[in-house]
Design a protein around this ligand. Structure first.
Ligand code: PRP
Length: 210
């Protein structure tokens, strides 16, 4: 039997995922030890798990380096990789939004020039260019995006909001909702055929406990 390989977005999402997998018997004791290791195995069940940066998870799965991935819908929408999205796992819930100072609510729909700062340029482009049919300038940032409207880099941001406290503590508000976000299970297209039984068994077991 070959290994079934999982790519998990490191951090809280991976922890929640392993709790869920453990509850359906796909456990990995090696992962519970405090270590700098990146890859863990369950020799009995022939499972391999590795932790990757969230934005790289869809890449590992598309190329078949991992058969299965667990990552946020935000990353899937941004990376636009060719893979199967098979399950909404329900945790890691947040919202993709347009946010900024509340005065920008008017400017957002006034047709005036607008700069949008974001870690998600593809999502921002899809939303403004295709959904709203509005031309805006998109500025790519890599983090702490809430800074941009405060220091005058952009009028608004496109970003995820979970508790809302980052916006609130920086005097910003949600101006428009783009879409809800949560963790998803994704599968490589070839793996889905080659390992159909093992993968559908996992999907069915997870569905039952969700
Ligand atoms: C995310 C997101 C917001 C914040 C939202 O950033 O980009 O900044 O969390 O969470 P809240 O609504 O609960 O305050 P992250 O913590 O990933 O850091 P980053 O901005 O450096 O990417």
């Amino acid at each position: 039997m070959r290994y079934l390989t999982f790519a998990l977005a490191k951090g809280r999402l991976a922890e929640k995922t392993m709790e869920l997998f453990e509850s359906v018997g796909f456990s990995c004791n090696e992962m519970k030890e405090k270590t700098r290791k990146l890859i863990f195995t369950n020799e009995d069940l022939k499972l391999k798990f590795f932790l990757a940066k969230a934005s790289d998870v869809p890449t590992y799965v598309e190329y078949g380096a991992a058969d299965i991935g667990v990552v946020g819908k935000d990353t899937l929408l941004e990376e636009k990789r060719n893979l199967y999205e098979v399950l909404n796992l329900g945790f890691g819930k947040c919202r993709m939004t347009v946010a900024g100072p509340k005065e920008m609510k008017y400017k957002l729909n006034s047709g005036q020039d607008l700069r949008v700062a974001t870690k998600y340029p593809n999502i921002a482009r899809d939303y403004f260019y295709h959904k709203k049919q509005q031309t805006v300038e998109i500025i790519k940032l890599n983090g702490s995006v809430e800074l941009a409207p405060i220091v005058g880099l952009a009028e608004v941001i496109v970003d995820i909001v979970e508790t809302g406290s980052t916006l609130k503590e920086n005097g910003l508000v949600v101006l428009e909702e783009i879409c809800p976000i949560s963790a998803r299970m994704v599968v490589n297209r070839v793996s889905m055929k080659m390992e159909y039984d093992r993968i559908t068994d996992l999907i069915e077991k997870v569905k039952k406990v969700l």
